[in-house]
Ligand binder design. Sequence first.
Ligand code: GDP
Length: 450
Amino acid sequence: MPGLVIVGAQWGDEGKGKVTDLLAERADAIVRFQGGNNAGHTIVREGEEFKFHLIPSGILYPDKTCVIGNGVVLDPRILLGEIDGLRRRGIDVGNLKISANAHLIMPYHVLLDTAGEVKLGKLSIGTTRRGIGPCYADKALRLGIRVQDLLDEKILRTKIRAALEPKQQALRELSVQRRKLRKEAGEGDREAVEQELGDAPDPRLDLHTMTEEHVNYGHRLEPHIADTARVCWEALDAGRTVIFEGAQATLLDLDHGTYPFVTSSNPIAGAATVGAGIAPSDIEEVWGVAKAYATRVGAGPFPTELFEEVGRHMIDKGHEYGTTTGRERRCGWMDLVALRYAVRLNGMTSLAITKLDVLSGLDKLRVAVRYRSREGALLDRFPYHQSILHGAEAEYEELPGFDAELGKCRSESDLPRAARDYLDFVADFVGVPIRLVGVGPGREQVVWRD
Ligand code: GDP
């Protein structure tokens, strides 16, 4: 049963979009199983750039089924914007299937997300403020609105009323605190507060307006709404290949990442079963995607973080700015302690290493092979205790760097010796073969190994 899961092996933005796009060529269906429009995949096709936040990257193939699974939370306004954008560029979205059980990000979720972050001040998590966390919270509280609810105005109104009720208090408090928040917010936050909270009562929160607006979304989405678990089963049972595409990444996993600086869903391979409605035995391969260095957006521990010249090299050469937020990413050396953890947690069978080209021009390359705790203990394993991880310093193995630009390499023998040695060191250390290497953003800029 050829189910293949693709997951981020680090802190996200590893280039999963491109790897999925390449593997999708041989697949029949591509399924997203968690997260929302906080993900941002970028694919470059014949010099044209496509950015996806919700729609699976496979949409660029006219003959593949693309599924937004039940585990995804979706903002219908954003999804329709993405559909319209693709249509304008001549891409057919007829093969897009949306789970009737997926939960909807409502306007109040977005508002509560921003307000929550502003309130946390210095302790903020660095969420993308798209309402994703509050939407998953409502799902767990059984107050969520699902895609299927869009198709019945009466049910929709009743559910929105029930979901809004417990939030009125919080939303009222917010308006009382508005002035205080404005005063306390930093420059960037202040803008967000103004934009999100405004002065007037938010018309998007009016029950009648919200219901009408969402009924309209329902009409537009209806042709895509489906029993997507069954769509996956039918493909798998017929022996077709189905790719399950994770958003975010392992170290941002709600349960196994660096909590609380994590995303509000489970981006690890096991979650593909829940988020798409398939069985563990449907999964045959798990591909992890890691950059040849490490990056992180938002707050949270990052033992190999670099602050000076080399970090700058990675930001500039790797264009390390978030697809969704435009924020500069934190950069650092590749962390093999964390990668080995990710390999085990996901049961990875193959690795794709992206952005190897970004390392060219550095004299020496380093990879973290263990941590040293604040008390001086050496740690070979990724620590489960938050305080230990926060105080951990990485210890490195130093490897020779390379100068040659890699953008034109297409086979292993085109790569400089030092680049090959670097890849071999990584693969040996974590015990998983590297099957694909990215040497540039273009689709053709890859080296297949083995
Ligand atoms: P994702 O969310 O994991 O798909 O990652 P993003 O799309 O946010 O970030 C990956 C970025 O790196 C995109 O701009 C890609 O075009 C680019 N990219 C992907 N692979 C490579 C590579 O091998 N080399 C370089 N230089 N850029 C790459």
